[in-house]
Design a protein around this ligand. Structure first.
Ligand SMILES: Nc1nc2c(c(=O)[nH]1)N[C@H]1C(S)=C(S)[C@@H](COP(=O)(O)OP(=O)(O)OC[C@H]3O[C@@H](n4cnc5c(=O)[nH]c(N)nc54)[C@H](O)[C@@H]3O)O[C@H]1N2
Ligand SMILES: Nc1nc2c(c(=O)[nH]1)N[C@H]1C(S)=C(S)[C@@H](COP(=O)(O)OP(=O)(O)OC[C@H]3O[C@@H](n4cnc5c(=O)[nH]c(N)nc54)[C@H](O)[C@@H]3O)O[C@H]1N2
Ligand code: SF4
Ligand SMILES: [Mo]
Length: 747
């Protein structure tokens, strides 16, 4: 029987002495005393005559992983620039990456390990030494393994350091690993492309935007979504006269660059995509040769889309039939250099795998897969692994937590593991321990009430984070990682047009009492009796070993930052005329998916209707701002200077109806009564009347992050409902509706 344990109170205030942890230099104190730290520029030593050192880095502000150089002048941080030899950055960082020094400089970072304790009946954190905190964590994990089995521990992770904790968890005996970047982000896309072409899109996307002549963006808001070289290539394509067709209920930055902006009724994209397929087939605009040679299921597709005429789609989507026809012809005109962008964050309405698959089918009809200006075949560097012992056999995995459901999920479902942590009579295996690395589950999983309920059912939660993010307030032990500028990490081997390898080396000593992720995992392994899985002395030795296998060395990487493995390069496009075997069951591109049919799903996408907002309510949409990455930068002292809170976009007519003026604060209330923090209204013609829009990542509730505390509103708090994709378990989150309440302007 599980022992009883007290409910985890969210520890709001630090009340922590920072004795012995004083920050260096008076400028840091000025940072600490100000919400909008002035003088940050002075803090970063200006370009004097002093000695400059350059250290290679890989940016960790988002997951595009741009390689750059950290410039340190006279021992002081100066700036970070892109590495010109890096295909992910082309020598330029995005605004967030440039502001990366703010991650290092943030004086509200986690400073020392913390252990939950009770003082005078109240829960609080006490500061601990690393030895104590790691011993405590190791003991708890050993206890859970003995009582329930190691499979009852799950790891949630996002970011480069997650790899050491995945390795540790597998060595411990559990393979229950999940990330919100799958079931809350790009999972449906990867499965849709796997089903159709036998390969995932992966990251960075294999989209050949650079040479595309026609780019179709279904919601993808490039320019606000700032994935670096993707935006650079998009800008180049636009500069070279490519036609852009943007489908978005909001006049996005990309819509502003488009020949066609289709302000679709949210939730109806599948109808538009099916009508496009109908036109391409009816008017015989597809690539007949490509379809004949490479695909299966054309006959069934033709039959299935017969009914999906532009006239049928019009009342559903509000996009006029002649616009649907004209845009379809434009796409066909530029084939095969027409790219229906697969999207990235695609967990919208619960039929997301099918929606993305409809776009994939258009790409197949236009012959753009494996063709210049469409999708290329990526190259990836292959480097030897450092040898480690075999992992023990796992008795169960995350699939058993929801038997028979989501058969085509290929990675762990963060939302599913969360659900399976709440004990129910039917389930015989609920999770008892969580390790959370670099993901703020309270704000990134939908239905935060459920996340908190799950946390309350745990026996142990360890959080490894840079910041006192909300998730750390629920942890039993908090392990402070140092920022990416203070540590080594494993080599970056992202796929791209050329196989490349990039190095992240520390430019600074870890500040305060923080440590690199690799060190934390290795020390934990030692304390758990799993030291043999981390046989390297330190990261230098580990990296040297791996680099040797490609004839390189740490010294070379420190000098170059990025190397290209030209001789490993394979061709980017299909060889015209040569036979191709696609990695699908039929060996062809599957317009009709036998796999989907086998599992009882529609083998060809079919339109499904989604619930409309009730009277007086508006669909809640959300997205990105160029200068922030989710909630991970909203306390960054450099980036908060540029944008400190989010706004809610409200159509002018709707604002008038509700008596809302531009710039005033409102509170959003959803269909289940969930209320947001106050948020400024942005009254605009640039959004449809049936939805509102906000940028995700604001509205932090942890007081330890003073710059971001209650600045703007959090969208996740309003996502009390989801529609789950039955194919792979993605949580459609744009199924919530909000209305407005006035907020006191000064509150
Ligand atoms: N409501 C809503 N939910 C969403 C989304 C949305 O738009 N709206 N977006 C979805 C998408 S697309 C994604 S990809 C996921 C992303 O979701 P997450 O992966 O959870 O991303 P973040 O919110 O950025 O969480 C990052 C956490 O990492 C910490 N961190 C930053 N740097 C480091 C570091 O160097 N080391 C360690 N150990 N920690 C670090 C930050 O302090 C923060 O707590 O969220 C999904 N969830
Ligand atoms: N600056 C910055 N860039 C980022 C990130 C970041 O945090 N900051 N995060 C990165 C990550 S992990 C991801 S996954 C991507 C996410 O970026 P994308 O994949 O580009 O964005 P989405 O969240 O899918 O879509 C947001 C857009 O969809 C529109 N939209 C909403 N509902 C609908 C609808 O029903 N139909 C259509 N057609 N459009 C709709 C919204 O108005 C908005 O313009 O961004 C990446 N890039
Ligand atoms: S796109 Fe920007 S934030 Fe993301 S890794 Fe590159 S520079 Fe960093
Ligand atoms: Mo994402």
């Amino acid at each position: 029987m599980g022992k009883s344990y007290s409910r985890r109170e969210f520890i709001k205030i630090s009340g922590l002495g920072i004795g012995g942890l004083t920050v260096a230099g008076s400028l840091f104190n000025s940072l600490a005393s100000s919400r909008h730290p002035q003088g940050l520029q002075e803090l970063l030593a200006g370009p004097g005559d002093g000695q400059t050192t350059l250290t290679p880095t890989v940016c960790e502000i988002c997951f595009w992983k741009c390689a750059g150089w950290v410039h340190v002048k006279d021992g002081k941080p100066w700036k970070i620039t892109g590495n010109p030899n890096d295909p992910n950055s082309n020598g330029r960082l995005c605004p967030r990456g440039t502001g990366g020094l703010g991650a290092y400089l943030d004086d509200e970072r986690l400073k020392t390990p913390l252990i939950r304790t009770t003082v005078g009946g109240k829960q609080t954190f006490r500061e601990a030494t690393w030895d104590e905190a790691l011993q405590f964590t190791a003991d708890k994990l050993k206890e859970i393994a003995e009582k329930h089995g190691p499979e009852c521990v799950a790891l949630f992770t996002h970011g480069s350091g997650g790899s050491y904790f995945k390795h540790l968890l597998r060595a411990y005996g559990s393979n229950n690993i999940a990330a919100p970047s799958y079931a809350q982000c790009r999972g449906p896309r990867e499965e849709a492309y796997l089903l159709t072409f036998g390969e995932a899109v992966s990251s960075p996307e294999r989209t050949d935007l650079r040479d595309a002549r026609c780019i179709v963006l279904i919601g993808s808001h490039l320019g606000e979504n700032m994935h670096n070289t993707q935006v650079q290539e998009f800008a180049d394509a636009v500069g070279n006269g490519a036609t852009v067709i943007t489908v978005d209920p909001r006049y996005s930055t990309a819509a502003g660059k488009s020949k066609y902006w289709l302000p679709i009724r949210p939730g109806t994209d599948l109808a538009l995509l099916l009508a496009w397929i109908h036109v391409l087939i009816e008017e015989e605009l597809y690539d007949r040769e490509y379809v004949r040679k490479y695909t299966v299921g054309f006959r069934q597709l033709k039959e299935a889309v017969k009914e999906y005429t532009p006239e049928w789609a019009y009342p559903i989507t509000t996009i006029k039939p002649d616009v649907i026809r004209k845009t379809a012809r434009e796409m066909a005109h530029h084939k095969p250099a027409t790219l229906v962008h697969p999207g990235r964050h695609v967990t919208w309405y619960g039929d997301d795998t099918q929606r993305v698959r409809a776009g994939a089918i258009i790409n197949a009809l236009l012959g753009s897969w494996g063709r210049r200006g469409g999708f290329y075949y990526p190259n990836k560097a292959h480097i030897d692994k450092y040898p480690t012992p075999k992992y023990p056999k796992y008795k169960r995995n995350w699939r058993q937590a929801f038997p028979g459901q989501y058969p085509l999920a290929s990675l762990g479902l963060a939302s599913g593991i969360c659900e399976a942590t709440i004990p129910t009579p039917e389930r015989d295996c609920s999770f008892k321990g969580w390790i959370v690395y670099g993901t703020n589950l309270i704000h990134t999983l939908p239905q935060p009430q459920k996340t908190i309920e799950a946390i309350q059912s745990l026996e142990f939660l360890a959080a490894i984070d840079l910041m006192p993010a909300e998730i750390t307030g629920y942890a039993d032990v908090v392990l402070p990682e140092c920022s990416y500028l203070e540590r080594y990490d494993d080599l970056r081997t992202s796929p791209g047009r050329t196989p490349t390898v990039a190095l992240r080396a520390p430019a600074f000593e870890p500040k305060y009492n923080s440590k690199p992720g690799w060190w934390i995992a290795k020390e934990l392994a030692n304390k758990m009796g799993l030291g043999r899985y981390f046989p390297w002395k330190n990261m230098e030795e580990y990296l040297e070993y791996r680099l040797k296998s490609i004839g390189s060395s740490l010294a070379e990487m420190k000098e170059k930052g990025v190397i290209h493995l030209e001789d490993e390069k394979q061709q980017l496009y299909l060889e015209e005329g040569a036979p191709v075997e696609f990695n699908t069951p039929s060996g062809k591109i599957e317009l009709y998916s036998e796999t989907l049919a086998e599992y009882g799903f529609d083998p060809i996408p079919r339109y499904t209707h989604h619930e409309e907002p009730p009277e007086g309510f508006y669909r809640l949409l959300y997205g990105r701002a160029p200068m922030h990455t989710f909630g991970r930068t909203t306390n960054n002292p450099v980036l908060t200077e540029i944008k400190i809170e989010n706004e809610v976009w409200i159509n002018s007519k709707v604002a008038k109806l509700h008596g809302i003026k531009n710039g005033e604060y409102v509170v959003l209330v959803n269909q289940d009564g969930a209320r947001s923090n106050k948020i400024r209204a942005k009254v605009t013609e640039r959004i449809r009347h049936d939805c509102v829009y906000m940028v995700h990542g604001f509205g932090h509730t942890d007081k330890r992050m003073k710059r971001s505390y209650l600045r703007g509103a959090d969208d996740a708090g309003l996502v009390t409902r989801v529609k789950i994709d039955p194919i792979m378990g993605g949580t459609g989150m744009r199924v919530n509706f909000v209305t407005f309440e006035p907020a006191s302007k000064t509150a």
